[in-house]
Design a binder for this molecule. Structure first.
Ligand SMILES: Cc1cc2nc3c(=O)[nH]c(=O)nc-3n(C[C@H](O)[C@H](O)[C@H](O)COP(=O)(O)O)c2cc1C
Length: 209
């Protein structure tokens, strides 16, 4: 059964445009996968903690040295990683904050990027363990930055996802949201169209027709 993980990171509720777009994304996805399973994680309104000294000590302790205390320091990380690994599709709603991602989303990434769980290191370098996922990142921005030198969101997220093995990532940027009603409406409509196009492109039968 198809399984999607939806992660929202805006601290805003009804006013959040990224939330509205991830919701529409999942609705459109459900249309294609009516039997599909949805897991929802809201790190915007229910933040996960930043990693701390106990987390770091536990994450870098080899399995033979683990203790119940070290295990408990990784409990939230394990829960978040299990969610990612269980899904075939992931959709992230990520506002641009100060040219990058909100601190809540950074804290989430720090929890899921973990040696031996989502990547391994050897003499050959890093190898990601999160394979075979289709990922969409929906960003919302007051201005217009896509492809420019101030876009520290997309290049950063591509690098982090690649580290853990996620290579099939599509970005949908809803930009100019603070540039008046007309530009905002156009940006939202364009993002909605991109959402439908992306989900259509994900369907195996469409890809090969
Ligand atoms: C703290 C803060 C920082 C922001 N920084 C940027 C920025 O660097 N560039 C930008 O284009 N928009 C910026 N914005 C505007 C948001 O990206 C925009 O309002 C977006 O719609 C927020 O996502 P949301 O609607 O899902 O909450 C910022 C907004 C806030 C609240």
């Amino acid at each position: 059964m198809a399984h999607i993980l939806q992660v929202d990171s805006s601290p805003r509720g009804e006013r959040s445009i990224s939330r509205a777009l991830t919701k529409q994304f999942v609705q459109a996805w459900q249309h294609t996968y009516p039997e599909g399973h949805i897991t929802y994680r809201d790190v915007g309104r229910h933040p996960v903690p930043p990693i701390d000294e106990a987390w770091i000590a536990a994450a870098f302790t080899p399995p033979a040295g683990m203790t119940p205390a070290l295990e408990s320091a990784l409990a939230i990380s394990n829960e978040l990683i299990d969610e990612v690994l269980a899904a075939d599709f992931l959709v992230f709603g990520v506002p641009m904050y100060n040219y990058s991602v909100p601190a809540n989303f950074k804290a989430y990434l720090d929890q899921i990027v973990r040696v031996r769980r989502t990547f391994v290191v050897s003499s050959d370098g890093y190898e990601g363990l999160v394979k075979g996922k289709k990922v969409a990142v929906i960003t919302t921005r007051g201005g217009s930055y896509a492809g420019g030198s101030l876009d520290f969101q997309e290049p950063y997220l591509r690098a982090v996802f690649e580290l853990i093995g996620i290579t099939e990532v599509a970005f949908i940027h809803a930009e100019n949201l603070a540039m008046g009603a007309e530009k905002r409406q156009l940006a939202i409509a364009t993002a909605q169209k991109s959402i439908h196009q992306l989900i259509t492109s994900w369907q195996p039968s469409m890809q090969h027709s």
